[in-house]
Design a protein. Structure first.
Length: 160
């Protein structure tokens, strides 16, 4: 995931808006800051603990959801597609066991996700990345747009 953000930084400003990249980085940082210190330490060390895997998987889905739905003025569509294809190639290189675990984590995240749009993205991700052949049965939201984690959390708190 960090590599994707680094690649975005390498593109010229007319292809990738630095403010848009700063915004997605801010949202990712916001999620990480809200984690317990122990889980942040696991993420920083690259430890494949179950909790760290869920966090990284959720952030990976968020980043690709953002790339898939951002405006061309934020990230040129050719750049977004190139990064999505690189991500799919990374997923394709996972071992069978890693793919199985990724699918389990995505199912777990989707089962507990309160935001309809993100739940759809978590269910759609395996199909988009070529992990499964069939599109999910989940109904696509009327408007498919990335919602910052800060807004999803605020919306869930207001609804609950």
């Amino acid at each position: 995931m960090a590599e994707l953000l680094t690649w975005l930084d390498d593109y010229p400003d007319d292809q990738v808006d630095p403010n848009a990249v700063a915004s997605i980085r801010q949202s990712i940082d916001w999620v990480i800051r809200r984690l317990p210190a122990e889980r942040r330490d696991h993420l920083a060390s690259g430890d494949p603990s179950p909790a760290a895997l869920k966090t990284v998987t959720g952030l990976f889905v968020d980043l690709l959801w953002w790339l898939d739905t951002c405006e061309d003025e934020e990230v040129d569509s050719h750049v977004a597609v190139k990064l999505q294809e690189s991500s799919a190639a990374y997923v394709d290189d996972l071992s069978d066991e890693q793919r199985r675990r990724l699918l389990e984590v995505l199912d777990e995240l989707a089962a507990t996700e309160q935001h309809d749009g993100r739940r759809y993205e978590l269910r759609f991700f395996p199909f988009a990345m070529g992990l499964v052949d069939d599109e999910p049965d989940a109904e696509e939201p009327p408007v498919r747009e990335w919602v910052r984690p800060e807004a999803r959390t605020a919306g869930a708190a207001a609804a609950g």
